[in-house]
Design a protein around this ligand. Structure first.
Ligand code: ASN
Length: 316
């Protein structure tokens, strides 16, 4: 364990050098342009922006273990948001298309730092659409992504040149591969191989039930397979987003929580709301720092954030 004095000395040099570098100036400009483009795009599509939720008794259980930070407030237990999945579903009672630039905290294991694409605090653009299918939101993402690449090439020409980045604008529709086909082709650790092997973004679809959380909808035509998807960036940059159609009926949600061997008690508020009636929907979340890293062509995600939270490290 590093002492606070050692940390202060090392950290001040690290942050001073990075923050005053030319690349950080460019990364923050790319961040600004990307957020502005995405927000405007969704505004034009009649989406309503909802404010982020930081603390709640319910948050995304995720499908992999992370340390659960719990905070006691006014005698109640709150968690820090890992994703706003449930709040998105609930917000659809107010408006039929919603989005949020949502700060998330996921205390991942230290080894995740090696991937170059994990931070334990990050922002995702999380959106959800009432009565939409998976294909509807995939189409929305394709239009938004293609538009953003064009926008960056048009407005950030000098910055991309300075970084030596040749940012390709892909053509929609993007290729699709099912989870089981990807596994058969590349082995169980297929995400990197799939990303390296493609020079345009590629959809990973039909993820098996045990590989994802309980809230993604099971395909009635393929039991055990979910109506969900990831988008994988090309050139080895890995996962860009994940999303899907959602379970919204009380009994289906209970069944899926039980299948995951999770505790229905932990989701009593969600279940109570579901018994009053939730709406069918589909949506996804795009990691913003990963997006900035991709646009800039950086090797590591730290370079895409001014105050990156690297798993296992003390960060400011
Ligand atoms: N935001 C993702 C979704 O909409 C969930 C996640 O971040 N795990 O499916």
């Amino acid at each position: 364990m590093i002492t606070i004095n050692e940390f202060t000395e090392k950290a001040s040099e690290y942050y001073y050098t990075r923050l005053s570098s030319k690349n950080m100036g460019i990364a923050l400009k790319v961040h600004t342009y990307a957020r502005r483009y995405l927000g405007n795009f969704l505004f034009e599509e009649n989406f309503i922006e909802i404010p982020p939720v930081i603390l709640s008794p319910i948050t995304d259980p995720l499908n992999h273990p992370t340390l659960d930070p719990v905070l006691s407030c006014y005698g109640h237990q709150y968690q820090l948001t890992k994703s706003m999945i449930f709040h998105k579903q609930l917000a659809l009672l107010a408006n039929s298309k919603i989005f949020c630039f949502s700060p998330n905290l996921r205390f991942e294991c230290e080894e995740k730092a090696d991937s170059g694409r994990h931070l334990f605090e990050f922002t995702q653009l999380d959106l959800e659409v009432k009565d939409a299918t998976r294909e509807d939101v995939m189409g929305l993402m394709e239009r938004m992504h293609v538009g953003l690449m064009q926008y960056c090439n048009e407005h950030l020409q000098n910055e991309l040149k300075e970084l030596g980045r040749n940012l390709k604008t892909p053509r929609a529709p993007f290729k699709k591969i099912s989870y089981l086909d990807a596994e058969a082709q590349y082995g169980s650790d297929f995400e990197d191989a799939l990303s390296i092997d493609n020079d345009e973004p590629i959809w990973l679809i039909d993820i098996p039930l045990d590989a994802r959380e309980f809230y993604d909808k099971e395909d009635p035509e393929q039991p055990g397979i979910l109506l969900d998807m990831d988008l994988i960036y090309p050139e080895g940059f890995g996962e860009a987003l994940s999303g899907g159609e959602r379970e919204y009926s009380h009994d289906r949600i209970v069944d899926r929580i039980n299948k995951k061997k999770q505790d229905v008690e932990d989701y009593s508020i969600l279940l109570e709301m579901a018994s009053r009636g939730l709406v069918p929907s589909a949506g996804f979340g795009i990691g913003i720092e990963r997006l900035v890293r991709y646009i800039c062509g950086f090797k590591r995600i730290e370079d895409a954030a001014p105050f990156p939270k690297v798993p296992g490290r003390l960060c400011i």
